[in-house]
Every structure is written in structure tokens, then in C-alpha cells.
Design a protein around this ligand. Structure first.
Ligand code: PGA
Ligand code: ZN
Length: 433
């Protein structure tokens, strides 16, 4: 038995940023170190993502995680005990084999992801190195500090569908450092709040902490975002640019897109035209899930039309699935993939998905979920895997700020690499302008 052998794996139920139950796993090694990680939870989930196992029934709205906790404490603990924590690939292969289903429906991806990430933490503790360093070691990547993508207004499934678009975000590719990107974001976030307050439109915040979208149209949100960027002393399209997550699967019904707020129904072609107008009228560099997860022809057509101008991210469309990334590359659909570890269920499968993306020159954006906690593993993944971009929600609420703050700490550590600045957006009009 080596010092990094797993001696104990234990789960407990804890609570996420929506006050819903989630699962935390602790892994101990024979050297005496421990690692701990927490599963996040989505609200606008892709239908092809790994299963978040919930108990159903009437307790806690059916969201309790006692079965997932039991799966960790019994079968996962039995399977992982004695394994070498430093061998993340072998640990994840054991989890995949134990589950035996394509979507982790036996154990629950919430159980496997918390276990997989806890092992990663334990191995780093055993090596007495920062987590990002251990991740860089096992992935063979050169660490870098990612460009943040930060939500100013929430919407869609995170705001009672008050507006159709789910995330109105900014990026600061012209910043010289991660810290500078956050400083600019803070000014813009506060300016947006002041503008909404002055219009009598301030109504709290959405699930990820972005301002509640008290708007009459999606365009009004975009206009207000432009005003906020200007009020913060910036020129939109210069140092600061706009990024959207349409999360279009959420409002697609039978192949049509129902814009609830505007009482309009669009077909795929009209939806692409609408997004095209936004791309023409606003400094938008990135759009996530512009079309629904099952609208393959639409995603191909949209990529053909705009793939040279903007970053097109597949979230629900690719669900951190290596096979779907290869398929999309064959189709020439999307040019970037969102990496959410719990969509795949293990660290290794998420790493494989990101490798597949790089193989096809697709960009990678490591992402949080709308249901989050103090867990900051994704910051280390973004750095250690040299993903280039990180999306964790807004610029408020501690489950979000914990991650931005962790990136600041990492950026100060020797070897964490340099801030990528505009590099992830090479090829978009922002970089060519
Ligand atoms: P989630 O959505 O609610 O599924 O976490 C976040 C996203 O769409 O990026
Ligand atoms: Zn998304």
C-alpha cells in the first residue's frame, strides 16, 4: 500500500446556493491527508447530461440526495478503497465501471463527481502541491489564468423566465490581469444596478446573482448592458465585450422558439436572423447554446454563418461529452465547448472532452452550475487544464465570489502561468478589430 492509497470515502448531505440539498464527499489517504469536494446542480439541464440522482417523493420537493449519499458510503467507498489517489484515470475508470450506465444513472453523477473531485483534492494534498498544479501534472498542460466571463443580468430558467435569454455577460479581454478584469466588472455590475434603480426597475437578483431582468424585451437588457458599460467609463467593444448564453433549449417547443416576453414564436431561420441582428448591433463575441440541443441543422447553419466572427459554445448541445464534441466537429457545429464536470460525472471524462475540443481547435470554457457552493475545484481545473476561459455566474453572492477570489489567489502563485487576456477570443472580431 502506498502513502497515497485511499483509506476512507465518506459522503454527507450539505446545502447549495438555492438552499437545495447536495452531496459532499471526503476522501482520506493512508498518509493521513484528506480531500473534499461538493457536487453542484444545474437548473437548465441538457437532456443528454449525466443524471443528478435525487430521491423523489415529497421530502424537500423530491430533491433529497440520501440515495446518492448511500451510494458513496457503500459501493463507491468499497470500490475506491485501496486505490492510488494519484491515479485519477484509474479511479474514474473504476467509478465508470461500477456505475455501468452511459449517464451514471446507477450511482448518480452527483455522487460520482463529488467522489472524483475529492480524490483529486486528496492527491494534491498528498503531493503537497496546489490543486491546479496536480491537474496540470496529470493533464500534461501548461497552466494559465483564464479570462473570466461574468454575468450582469440573469434570465431564463434562473429568473422565472422573466426574459428569454439566460445570461447577459461581459468579458474584459483587454484587461492586463485577472484582477483588472474583476475591477472593471465590479464597476459595470454596480453601474447596471444604479441604472436599473434609477428607472425603478431594481428587483433583486437572479439565481446566479446577476440583476433580476426587469425588462420588457431581450433587447432592453442588451441596451441596458451597453449603458452600464459606458457608465463605468468603458467603450463597449473596446476593452469590454458582451457574451450571451441563450440557453435556447429552455424555450424551444416542437422545433420552434417561443419568446415568451414578446409573445412571438420563431422558426430556426428566424431565430438565427434575430441573433444575427444582435451580433451586428452589439459587441457580442460569444454566444452559448444559440439554438436548442436537438436543433442540429440550426446549429450547423448558425456556425456556418457566424463561426468566423464569434465564439459559439455548446453547453446543452455538447454536455461535456467527448463523443458529442467529435460529432459536432464532423458537423462543423459550434467552435467551443462548455466544461461542467457534473455533466460528465468524472474529472477524467471532463478532461477527455476538453482534449477532444483542443484536437478540433474548439475552445474550452470551464463552467459552474446555477446551483453552487463554496467549492472552488473548477478554478483549479480551468488553470491546470489551460482552458483559457472560466464562467461562474455573476459578481455577487459568495458561492460565485469564492471562485473569483480563488482565481486571484492562484494568479499570485508561482507557476500558475500568465493571464490569457484576449487570447481565447483569437479569430473573433474582437481580436481582429
Ligand atoms: P444550469 O445552467 O442552470 O444548468 O447550471 C447554467 C448554464 O446554462 O450555463
Ligand atoms: Zn448554458
Amino acid at each position: 500500500m502506498s502513502d497515497s492509497s485511499i483509506t476512507r470515502v465518506a459522503a454527507r448531505r450539505i446545502w447549495d446556493s438555492r438552499g437545495n440539498p447536495t452531496i459532499e464527499v471526503e476522501v482520506s489517504l493512508s498518509s493521513g491527508v484528506t480531500g473534499r469536494a461538493i457536487a453542484p446542480a444545474g437548473a437548465s439541464r441538457g437532456s443528454r447530461e449525466a443524471i443528478d440522482l435525487r430521491d423523489g417523493g415529497s421530502v424537500l420537493g423530491g430533491n433529497d440526495v440520501q440515495r446518492a449519499v448511500a451510494n458513496v458510503n457503500k459501493s463507491i467507498a468499497a470500490a475506491l478503497t485501496g486505490m492510488n489517489a494519484v491515479e485519477q484515470g484509474e479511479v474514474d475508470a473504476a467509478l465508470i465501471a461500477l456505475d455501468g450506465t452511459p449517464l451514471k444513472s446507477t450511482l448518480g453523477a452527483n455522487a460520482t463527481v463529488a467522489a472524483s473531485m475529492a480524490v483529486l483534492h486528496a492527491a494534491a494534498a498528498d503531493k503537497q502541491c496546489p490543486l491546479w498544479q496536480h491537474i496540470a501534472d496529470i493533464s500534461g498542460q501548461t497552466p494559465s489564468v483564464p479570462l473570466p466571463e461574468i454575468q450582469i443580468f440573469g434570465g431564463g430558467a434562473h429568473a422565472g423566465r422573466r426574459v428569454d435569454v439566460q445570461d447577459f455577460m461581459i468579458m474584459v479581454p483587454g484587461a492586463e490581469s485577472f484582477d483588472e478584469a474583476l475591477e472593471v466588472t465590479s464597476e459595470i455590475y454596480r453601474a447596471a444596478g444604479a441604472i436599473m434603480g434609477a428607472k425603478g426597475r431594481l428587483a433583486g437578483v437572479a439565481d446566479e446573482g446577476g440583476w433580476w431582468p426587469q425588462f420588457d424585451s431581450n433587447e432592453e437588457a442588451l441596451e441596458t448592458l451597453m449603458q452600464a458599460i459606458e457608465a463605468a467609463g468603458e467603450t463597449p467593444g473596446d476593452r469590454v465585450v458582451i457574451s450571451l448564453d441563450i440557453a435556447a433549449s429552455e424555450f424551444s417547443v416542437n422545433g420552434r422558439y417561443k419568446l415568451a416576453l414578446e409573445d412571438r414564436e420563431l422558426d430556426t431561420e428566424q431565430m438565427i436572423m434575430l441573433l444575427g441582428q444582435w451580433i451586428d448591433n452589439y459587441p457580442i463575441v460569444s454566444i452559448e447554446d444559440p439554438l436548442a440541443e436537438d436543433d442540429r441543422d440550426g446549429m450547423i447553419a448558425f456556425t456556418q454563418e457566424y463561426g468566423e466572427r464569434i465564439q459559439i459554445i455548446g453547453d446543452d448541445y455538447l454536455v461535456t461529452n467527448e463523443r458529442l464534441v467529435h460529432q459536432a466537429a464532423d458537423d462543423r457545429a459550434c467552435n467551443a465547448v462548455l466544461i461542467k464536470v457534473n455533466q460528465s460525472g468524472t474529472v477524467s471524462e471532463s478532461m477527455a472532452c476538453l482534449s477532444a475540443a483542443s484536437e478540433h481547435r474548439y475552445r474550452g470554457v470551464v463552467s459552474a452550475r446555477s446551483g453552487e457552493t463554496e467549492d472552488v475545484t473548477i478554478c483549479h481545473l480551468a488553470v491546470g487544464l489551460d482552458a483559457g476561459q472560466l464562467k461562474v455566474g455573476s459578481f455577487t453572492r459568495s458561492e460565485r465570489m469564492a471562485k473569483w477570489n480563488e482565481c486571484l489567489r492562484i494568479a499570485d502563485q508561482p507557476g500558475a502561468g500568465s493571464f490569457v487576456q484576449g487570447a481565447p477570443l483569437d479569430g473573433t472580431w474582437w481580436a481582429r478589430r
